[in-house]
Design a protein around this ligand. Structure first.
Ligand SMILES: [Fe+2]
Length: 142
């Protein structure tokens, strides 16, 4: 990725789940709540948009009836976005390194089988795997 995007990736990785903070929950959909909070605090739109769309958030937004609200944020498709998704989907709840199938199983284990999150993560699997594959290829080339 462009060297100028390195800091953006690190900041997005730190902030991507900010919307889980109870005081920030407005819609109950953490990517959107986090992005809205960061925007309100004056953070750059690109960072907010990466947070809004992290890890194929579009699928869960559709499940929750919040797709229109999410599309207010540009859906960046780039090495930065892919790397953010990969980092999120290959780290466990305590930051440990795990592979994507293990991460997916961990997520499914925390929610009811037919829940919004489980349905969304199942539908999102191909696009998350593609982002991980693209990032793997970029890392091998680098
Ligand atoms: Fe998240």
């Amino acid at each position: 990725m462009p060297p100028g995007d390195h800091e953006l990736l690190v900041v997005a990785a730190w902030w991507h789940d900010l919307g889980y903070a109870p005081g920030l929950a407005a819609t109950g959909f953490h990517p959107l709540d986090g992005a809205r909070y960061l925007s309100h605090e004056g953070y750059p739109e690109r960072l907010c948009a990466l947070v809004a769309h992290h890890s194929a958030a579009t699928f869960e937004a559709e499940e929750r009836g919040l797709a229109d609200e999410l599309t207010a944020w540009p859906h960046e498709q780039s090495a930065v976005a892919d790397a953010l998704w990969m980092a999120d989907m290959t780290a466990g709840p305590r930051g440990e390194s795990i592979d994507y199938p293990t991460r997916l199983a961990e997520i499914r284990g925390r929610y009811e089988p037919g829940s919004v999150v489980v349905r969304a993560m199942s539908r999102a699997r191909p696009v998350i795997e593609a982002a991980i594959d693209r990032t793997d290829r970029r890392l091998r080339v680098a």
